[in-house]
Ligand binder design. Structure first.
Ligand code: PFF
Length: 451
């Protein structure tokens, strides 16, 4: 690419753009169901510890790599050391795996928005509503195509800036609404048990799989280990503080995830009469629980509609950032124009998205190691590829270019207070933990051994 790279305007521009990519379905849909499934308080604690160590160090590293090289992932690794170009390539595959199934879930959100707007709010609170919706062959695919089409349209027309502007207003409203719903949720009869489950760690539930799930979620939620933050870093101005920006993104991203958990998990307890089996609902958890909350709330139909609209926006800013990334990789790799690349990515997503959707209905007999098709894509990207990319990034920074190279880059803008933490995590703690956790939980999923 010969055109000059544009850069984010102002100090806050970078944080807002990165937060737009980070805050999405990962926070509101994925975090609560994982926390519910993997032991509540233990998961939350592990997640927070990982966020302030791994998450912090890796995000600083990725942004600094991007800013230092001025390149996106594939070229950034290669330009620093030829032998590591392949890390950029693996990283770039990840958004392409995520985008199709992300859009399937985006389609579910669109369906619920429609249900709430069209007066179906009460019906959506019934037990069978969600299951009968996702097991239909055509309807979920229709909503997936609508969501995917919207994303593609924005990318094709190049109007991301417009969407970002709207979402700058929507995001704070989303935070306020999530707080209101969370406060209501914890006051429902029987919800206190859920609050305890979510906030008090029960260490007997701790396992390697909990750590891997939390780690995968951390990467996913903060858009790490997939080249995205390298690209964002390449647009960052040199006088902006990397460390401060990372803190701001982390607080915002983790804060929303925490609130989403508080909104959903206590309600699961309240509506299931304390039956813990209800916690293991996986990807469907939010869609089953929230309509019940709205149904029991004063003005629930209006609040529900507003909520799903805001979540749809958060999901769109994320899917747009995912698609933008995939399209730019396709453009660079094949030299195709923007329109052709968009079309190619769109078709590719349809090919992977349709089976992900059918996996909850007529193709539910297709499972890999007990996982549905959508869960399988999710597992491969979050629990296998991202940890591998994160590990290789740590080795690359810790032992090839050396932490000092990035510390110097970071210090151009402002002093780097946590540079010792950064170095220790990148060189020793993260690589060792990632390898141990990856091995033990892959074995676990394959059913070879249970830790
Ligand atoms: N971080 C987003 C979320 O939590 O929903 C998911 C995501 C968006 C990942 C954009 C990667 C990305 F480029």
């Amino acid at each position: 690419m010969t055109e000059k790279r544009s850069s984010f305007t102002g100090k806050i521009g970078f944080v807002l753009a990165a937060a737009g990519s980070a805050v999405g379905l990962g926070n509101i849909w994925r975090f609560p169901y994982l926390a519910a499934k993997y032991g509540g308080g233990v998961f939350l604690l592990v997640y927070i510890i990982l966020a302030v160590t791994f998450g912090f160090a890796l995000m600083c590293a990725e942004i600094a790599i991007g800013r230092k090289t001025g390149q996106s992932a594939i070229n950034a690794f290669r330009s620093l050391d030829k032998r590591f170009g392949f890390v950029g390539i693996i990283a770039s595959v990840i958004p392409a795996i995520i985008l199709p199934y992300y859009s399937v879930i985006g389609g579910w959100v669109s369906k619920y928005l429609f249900a709430f707007v069209s007066g179906d709010a009460t019906a959506s609170a019934s037990d069978s509503y969600f299951t009968s919706f996702i097991s239909k062959p055509f309807e979920p695919i229709g909503w997936f195509l609508i969501f995917m089409g919207l994303t593609a349209l924005v990318v094709l027309l190049g109007v991301e800036k417009g969407v970002e502007k709207v979402s700058k207003i929507m995001m704070p409203v989303l935070v306020v609404l999530t707080i209101v719903i969370a406060v209501y949720s914890i006051t429902i009869d029987g919800a206190m048990e859920g609050v305890k489950y979510y906030l008090l760690p029960d260490f007997s539930r701790f396992s390697a799989t909990t750590v891997l799930a939390a780690m995968g979620q951390l990467f996913y939620s903060m858009s790490l280990a997939m080249g995205i933050m390298i690209t964002y870093g390449s647009y960052m101005k040199k006088d902006v503080s990397v460390e401060k920006s990372v803190h701001q993104i982390e607080i915002f991203d983790t804060g929303i995830a925490f609130l989403a958990g508080l909104m959903i998990i206590p309600a699961v307890f309240a509506f299931s009469g304390g039956d813990e089996a209800a916690l293991g609902k996986g990807p469907s958890l939010m869609f089953i629980t929230l309509p019940k909350v709205f149904n029991s709330m004063p003005a629930g139909a209006v609040i529900g509609a507003a909520f799903f609209l805001l979540v749809l926006f958060a999901a769109l800013t994320s899917s747009i950032s995912l698609m933008e990334t995939v399209v730019s990789i396709v453009r660079d790799k094949f030299g195709w124009g923007r329109k052709v690349s968009c079309l190619a990515v769109f078709l590719f997503c349809i090919v992977l998205g349709i089976p992900s959707s059918l996996g909850f209905g007529i193709w539910d007999f297709v499972t890999v190691a007990g996982l549905s098709i959508l869960d399988m894509f999710d597992f491969v990207s979050n629990s296998v590829l991202m940890p591998i990319v994160a590990f290789l990034t740590c080795i690359f920074v810790g032992y090839v270019i050396k932490p000092k190279a990035l510390i110097e880059e970071i210090e151009i803008g402002a002093p780097f207070k946590a540079k010792t933490l950064f170095t220790v995590v990148i060189k020793y703690v993260a690589p060792v933990c990632i390898v141990l956790i990856l091995i033990s939980s892959v074995l676990d999923v394959l059913g070879v051994m249970k830790i």
